[in-house]
Design a protein around this ligand. Sequence first.
Ligand SMILES: [Fe+2]
Length: 252
Amino acid sequence: MEHTQFNLEINPDTRVKDFLLMDIKTAHVFEKYGIDFCCKGYKNFNEVCEEKEIDKNSILNEIYQIVNHDESAKPKERFEEWNLDFLSDYIVNNHHNYVRNAIPQITEHLDRVTFKHVDKNPFLYELKSTFDSLKAEMLSHIEKEEKILFHLIKYLVDCKRFEEKPKLSGFKSVEFPIKSMLAEHDNAGESTARIREITNNYNPPEDACNTFRLTYSELEEFEKDLHIHVHLENNILFPKAISLEQELTAKI
Ligand SMILES: [Fe+2]
């Protein structure tokens, strides 16, 4: 077992998501190296470094720097210690609302850029169609989470609070909606990865106008926000909701 200078012991079983659970800011390092920490955050850290041929010590060094020396950083948010109803509300207020606000803005800019510059940049057709499908999927996804899954999670939290056994039919178990939300996260992750490829890692053409540049930076921010959003759900909210349901239903 290796002991690092931050609050995490690296052992052969350490997963990528363990770093984010220690400190969400480590996401910046994984983003930089193109390592998926949300949908595939369960992957083994050592294996991912080997697969991608990345020097493990360089990443650990950068993680150390960001955890200990980022003076501009806000105080650490301990997402994994929050009550699940509060975490659900945080995801809605911070991430779902961001998605709802960002989509019309990006759409307007991307439509304008496509209309003006597609002749010279034919890849804009695919960029627009990929973003159009992503946004339709995302809007329906967050609505399902809010109306069905988060609602159910809050019910479980209340049952725990009032020491009641939840009245759940098989259909209502959190595991069913979680399974479908996980699949939708994978699809959204694939779409943003494709957008990253089409835009050459969000590098606009040299002669790109300001709206072109702005659209790329908005798309990049959209992807970054999605990664944190999915991390909070896949790696914290969903597994904890499943455990809470099992704990409550096991009670006589
Ligand atoms: Fe989600």
